[in-house]
Design a protein around this ligand. Structure first.
Ligand code: ADP
Ligand code: MG
Length: 286
């Protein structure tokens, strides 16, 4: 594209709530063949609320929620905010350490507490039976498991409503010839429920931030022109690996800094708008 074409495109983009940081990225958007999208905060609102607390034998609902909230008050993750809000009063944990895409660990009253995905707990030697998580996951709930001194204390179910725009935006992208693939760190059953609800047939679940980037790199290596849309600190490596990266405007600063284009309206229609704009601008001016 000529510099004028790019300028016109970026100017029009601003009118559509698409903030273009990298004009060449807008130009590349016309040829996208695949869009990788994050789930939490991108397809969903990222405003989750606690719906279920299921204590394991020997533990109470208040203990599970209280321990989880004490650790989560140190984390900025949307799930963390939901848990703190549900708990009300929050104790102070020590030596809290956040593990992106997995959870948090810390100590509370001298006890080691882990809060995060079932996989995170299992990787740390905690026995999390499938039966304790299957039912909630099949309902599309995100699961936050809580362990104390190496023992499962309970599971918290969190519901994050889909953005009302997601299914329509996915259909629009597919009509534009772009294959939409969901990449999420969440549980496979949760991922499946969300993917089905928005019309996505390909997804990878249980992926850590570095694996999201690898998935994008693999698509690029297969000759695709790959876009990536995400909102979280966990998406930054994948955003950097994509040909064209899109950050949800209300997302983490790290994601916005890593992305070529910021979607100020916070929904995936902005990606479809950018693609259309890219195609139209270039055709018109050339
Ligand atoms: P997504 O890829 O869907 O945006 P993330 O990569 O942020 O999700 O997180 C993946 C999974 O890791 C979550 O579904 C959750 O189970 C777990 N997790 C990550 N951070 C936290 C946290 N602060 N508290 C509890 N669980 C977490
Ligand atoms: Mg996210």
């Amino acid at each position: 594209a000529t510099p004028t074409a790019i300028m016109v495109g970026t100017g029009l983009g601003a009118n559509h709530g698409i903030l273009v940081k990298n004009a060449e990225a807008l130009e590349r958007a016309q040829n996208l063949t695949v869009l990788a999208v994050d789930k939490t905060g991108t397809l969903t609102e990222g405003r989750p609320a606690v719906t279920d607390v299921v204590p394991a034998d020997g533990f109470s609902r208040d203990e599970v929620l209280g321990w989880a909230a004490a650790l989560e008050s140190a984390s900025g993750h949307p799930l963390a905010r939901a848990i703190v809000a549900a708990a009300g009063q929050v104790a102070t944990a020590e030596a809290v350490d956040t593990v992106p895409g997995q959870g948090v660990r810390g100590t509370l009253g001298g006890r080691l507490v882990l809060v995060g995905s079932p996989v995170f707990l299992r990787n740390n030697g905690v026995d999390v039976p499938d039966g304790s998580v299957d039912v909630l996951a099949a309902q599309g709930r995100t699961l936050v498991a809580v362990a104390v001194d190496g023992r499962l204390a309970g599971v918290i179910g969190v519901a994050d409503p889909l953005r009302s725009s997601s299914a329509g935006a996915v259909a629009r992208l597919q009509r534009a010839g772009i294959d939409v693939v969901m990449l999420t760190g969440d549980h496979p059953a949760t991922a499946r429920a969300v993917a089905e609800a928005v019309g996505i047939s390909r997804f990878e679940a249980g992926v850590l931030p570095a694996d999201k980037a690898k998935a994008v790199q693999a698509l690029v290596a297969n000759g695709h022109r790959v876009g990536m849309a995400g909102d979280g600190i966990n998406d930054a490596p994948a955003l950097a690996a994509a040909d064209v990266s899109f950050a949800i405007g209300t997302g983490a600063d790290v994601a916005v800094a890593a992305a070529d284009i910021t979607l100020m309206r916070g929904d995936l229609n902005g990606v479809a708008d950018a693609v259309e704009l890219s195609r139209a601008t270039l055709v018109k001016i050339r």
